[in-house]
Structure formats: C-alpha cells, structure tokens
Design a protein around this ligand. Sequence first.
Ligand code: GLV
Length: 315
Amino acid sequence: MSSVLVTRRLPSSVISKLEASATVDLYAGDAAIAPAELRARVADKDALVSLLTDAIDRSLIDAGPKLKVIANVAVGYNNIDVAYARSRGIVVTHTPNVLTESVADFTWAMILAITRRLSEGERVVRRGEWKGWALDFMLGMELRGKQLGLVGVGRIGAAVAARAPAFGMRVVYTEPRDVDLPNAENISLDRVLNTSDIVSLHVPLMPETRHLIDKKALARMKRSAYLINTARGPVVDEAALAWALQQHLLAGAALDVYENEPAVHPDLLALDNVLLVPHLASATTETRTAMADLAVDNVLAVLAGRPPLTPVPAE
Ligand code: GLV
C-alpha cells in the first residue's frame, strides 16, 4: 500500500476514503506541523496532503525522495515551490472551483460589513457606548450606483462580479483577464484604483503581485473608497495600508488575509475603519469538506496512475 502524510486533521469521511487505499500518517496537532517534523515524517511517503500553512520548499521536497504527488488543500499554492517539485517529477494539485462560491459570498459579506460599519458598530454596543438611535449616527456608504473594481478576475473574481447586479453596482476589472465578464469593463489597474468605490483583490500571490497594492497604488485610490483583500496578505503592503488609512487616503479596508499570518500589523489593530477577520473566506463546513475531498481524490488518482483532477496550472 502507498503511504500518505496528511499535515492537519481533515473530515473523518475524507480520511476514511484515503485509508481504504493507502496507509495514512495523520498529524493531529492543533497548529501547523513544525518544519522539522514535516521533513522527518515525509521521508518514507508516496504522497503529501498539505495545507496553506505548510512551507513546501526545496528542503522539504528533497526530504521526500519517494513523493509522487503533493495535494494542497487550498486554491492558492504560493506555499509550494511548484517549479522545483515538477523538476523532481512530483505532481502538484490544488482545490479550485469547490470554494469559488463561498469565497465570493464572503467577499460580499466583507464589502457590506465595512461599508455599513458592522464590526465597528458591534464594538460600540459591546463597550456599552451606544447612546441610542440618532439620524446621523455611524453613517456608512450605500453600494447602489457605485463602482466595484476587481483586481484580478479568475473564477473567484468572476463570481464576485456575478453578485454585483444584486447590489446595483457596476463592475470594472483589470487586465490581463482570464475570463470574459458580461456587463463589466476591462480597464487598467491604474484606472481601477482611481475610479472605483470598492477595490477587491482576486489575484494569486506571485512575484509580480507581491505588494501590488503599495503606497503608490493606495494613493491612487479615491479617498471615499474601500479596499477588500480575500486573496493573499502579501499582495498588500500592510505598513503602507496602515499609513494610508491614518492619512485618510481611503475610507477603509476589510482584510481576511495578512502578510505574516497570524500576525496583524499593530497599526491596523488600532484603527476603527478596518475590518479584520482570520482567513475565513472559504470556511464553510460544505466547502472545507469539498476541498479536503478534492485533495484526497487528487492523491488517489496519481497513486493509481491516473491524471490528477485539478493539477496546478502550467507556469
Ligand atoms: C485559501 O486561502 C485558499 O487558497 O484556498
């Protein structure tokens, strides 16, 4: 039987399916497996089911000489040195499609929450500082008639755009486009930043997108605009974002992802016009189960000599 290392607890139905065809070594700790332990335990494995919190770098890949497949339980795969794995003949897979709708829903939850000041208002109530209803108390921004600017449009960006008509928003998006969006205008990043009321990030993390939203980009945004990040933390320069918010260069930001998770830049923690949530965009029972299930199906396919269902795309 092939042997598989799984670096975090997965739903029991998914583990049972894997156990029917392979010997499973499950790391059952509450936090991410330590790199040294991961290296030790991968040594005799044919397959690895990894999480986005595991750094699958050269040293880890070299520590697993028998590896045939690395199946990441995430759509993003910036935690894996894909080029090196491929050079060693290892198949790398991810979990697209199954999380698209839950991440798009969550993006809208964040858009609504930051523009209507939900977490800020909740903090006021919990602190006992609410003095009662007033006509001009904690006014937010209406979405109807405003512009949603998508930076990066793949599956998730397209699903976010599909929900925009329900809120009366028009959509613009940056080049290069992967998807043809109906009723949306394809414009430059500069114009997206300069003209949108909501800027929502949906690019993968790559060398070209690291700090794509830096001081200069933030300064291009409308002072009344909001930035939403459900993509990857390092796409935004967090220190620059804190500075821009302190300078009132934009109205607010909603972040699900951070540069050094689980750390959050201290200046952001001190600001009221920032919504901070702990990397939850795909976190529904249904979606997380489907992600784990797809990762395991990828492992089983490769171990059986079949092509994987969802390999990471070619460079
Ligand atoms: C989550 O961040 C993912 O990439 O699936």
